[in-house]
Design a protein around this ligand. Structure first.
Ligand code: UN1
Length: 481
């Protein structure tokens, strides 16, 4: 298709006010496609379309609603290889990671097809005689979805599917860098046969479409995943309009490695958590907190393992780490590597810009040792394949260092000790805890989210998603005698 891919507004494909070019970060000469960019007027039309469709969708037959979501999920799953390749081509994660992510997106739609039928209420006796109290959940209304570039398929799915399942209409703004995967999902939703206006795709700039969603009183709720800085702006604007909000932002996730850890398991957790998906995950393990008895062996084994990691074109087989997503993210990664050096960290491995056959944003994964938790590389989110080792005396110091951060998304521990694992699970100040597992890579049917500066508002995913996507009604009913 040579035509720029259009936006979906009120059930119609609408050309943008301008277009953006989606470039393959593994090969800058490869144009993935051209995609519409809405202006403010088009964004307002998308919001209006959602508003108009909202009353009928809120009371739409549940079986039909579940069937529609199931149809979307099943098609995504059936096309996971093709859509996974598209995802890897536009975002740069490896093909197995891309296909895995698309499968996750498909499963999310199918999970929420089931959730349509599981929306239960409560019936209680009143404190007054002859009265029943009934608690039910209703849709919030129009939900604005602002998605990040690092999970072009799964994050849109885990926002769109619960929104629709719980009876809301959607205005979806994908990330500028990765419109192709979002457009593909929108096209599948469109063909599935949802009523016009229930789901609207509004590709465009944050400063135009994002702002329109945040400023418009016809939008009832906004869900956002992205940086802390943008999240704070989103929150301020959305709250000014009394919108319900849900924010998923950064992480500086610790992976604690204790003396009694299985060394192989610990190294695999570190490599996966810190460097896979090019480290571009808010769940990435960027602080490896290692007790003194295993420190030397762990660093030596990790560096050995890193030597065997192949960085290359995302679609090439055998590649472990694809390119960084774009020039500005690459600049940010390289600048943090400089900052780490200047702060006195030892670059134990990597950190070099790499040349490959095709011109792309290739970066060797980087490991710092000899760092302290006070350094900027251990306090600020890098969002790249950069991790640092912080040596500590014992478990108590490891836990204190793990919690000494403004973030609180995920915390991991590698240990053979039941006592330490149980204590860590209880005392890690994070929304998610991993024991002998990488901090990144989560299931699709259980709550996702963090504490402190990482998240704001109700959890995403699983049954808990209903807290954000529904509003509670308490009805008092008197029996007539
Ligand atoms: C995962 O680690 O499986 O933006 C998911 C992110 C997160 C998703 C991580 N919201 O990286």
């Amino acid at each position: 298709m040579n035509q720029p891919h259009a936006n979906l507004i009120a059930g119609e494909w609408v050309a943008g006010a301008s277009v953006t070019r989606d470039i393959n970060p593994s090969d800058l000469s490869d144009l993935v496609g051209e995609y519409a960019q809405a202006d403010a007027a088009q964004a307002a039309r998308a919001i209006e379309a959602a508003r108009v469709a909202a009353p009928a969708w809120a009371t739409f037959n549940t079986q039909a609603r579940a069937d529609l979501l199931d149809k979307v999920g099943s098609e995504i799953l059936a096309r996971k290889d093709e859509l996974g390749a598209l995802l890897s081509r536009e975002e740069g994660k490896t093909l197995p990671e891309g296909v895995g992510e698309v499968a996750r997106a498909g499963n999310i739609f199918r999970f929420f097809a089931g959730e349509v039928l599981r929306r239960a209420g409560e019936l209680l006796p009143s404190v007054r005689p002859g009265i029943d109290v009934e608690i039910t959940r209703e849709p919030v209304g129009v939900v604005g979805i602002i998605a990040p570039w690092n999970f072009p398929s799964a994050i849109p799915a885990w926002k769109i599917a619960p929104a629709l399942a719980h009876g809301n209409c959607v205005v979806f703004k994908p990330a500028d860098l990765v419109p192709a995967s979002s457009w593909a999902i929108a096209e599948i939703i469109h063909r599935a046969g949802f009523p016009a206006g229930v789901f609207n795709l509004c590709m465009g700039r944050g400063s135009v479409v994002g702002e329109a969603i945040l400023a418009d009183p016809r939008v009832d709720a906004v869900t956002f995943t992205g940086s802390v800085e943008t999240g704070r702006r989103v929150a301020a604007k959305a709250v000014a309009g009394l919108k319900k909000i849900q924010l998923e932002m950064g992480g500086k996730n610790p992976l604690v490695v204790l003396d009694d850890a299985d060394l192989k398991v610990a190294v695999e957790c570190a490599v996966n958590g810190a460097f896979f998906s090019t480290g571009q995950r808010c769940t990435a393990s960027s602080r490896l907190i290692v007790t003194q008895g295993i420190h030397e062996a762990f660093v030596a084994a990790l560096v050995e393992r890193m030597k065997g990691l192949k960085v290359g074109h995302a679609l090439e087989s055998g590649v472990h780490i694809g390119p960084v997503v774009d020039q500005s993210q690459l600049d940010q990664d390289l600048s943090y590597i400089e900052i780490g050096r200047a702060e006195g960290g030892t670059l134990a491995f990597g950190g070099n810009r790499l040349k490959r056959e095709r011109d792309g944003f290739y970066l060797e994964p980087a490991l710092f040792t000899g760092t302290s938790n006070a350094m900027r590389i251990n306090r600020e989110e890098v969002f790249g394949p950069v991790a640092s080792v912080i040596a500590v005396r014992d478990y108590d110091e490891a836990l204190a260092v793990a919690n000494d951060t403004e973030f609180g998304l995920c915390a991991g521990i590698c240990t053979g000790s039941l006592k330490h694992a149980a204590h860590f699970r209880r005392h890690a100040q994070a929304g998610m805890v991993m024991v002998n597992l990488p901090t990144a890579g989560v299931d699709y049917h259980v709550p996702f989210g963090g504490r402190k500066g990482s998240s704001y508002g109700p959890r995403e995913q699983g049954r808990y998603a209903q807290e954000f996507y529904t509003t509670v009604k308490t009805a008092y009913v008197a029996a007539l005698s």
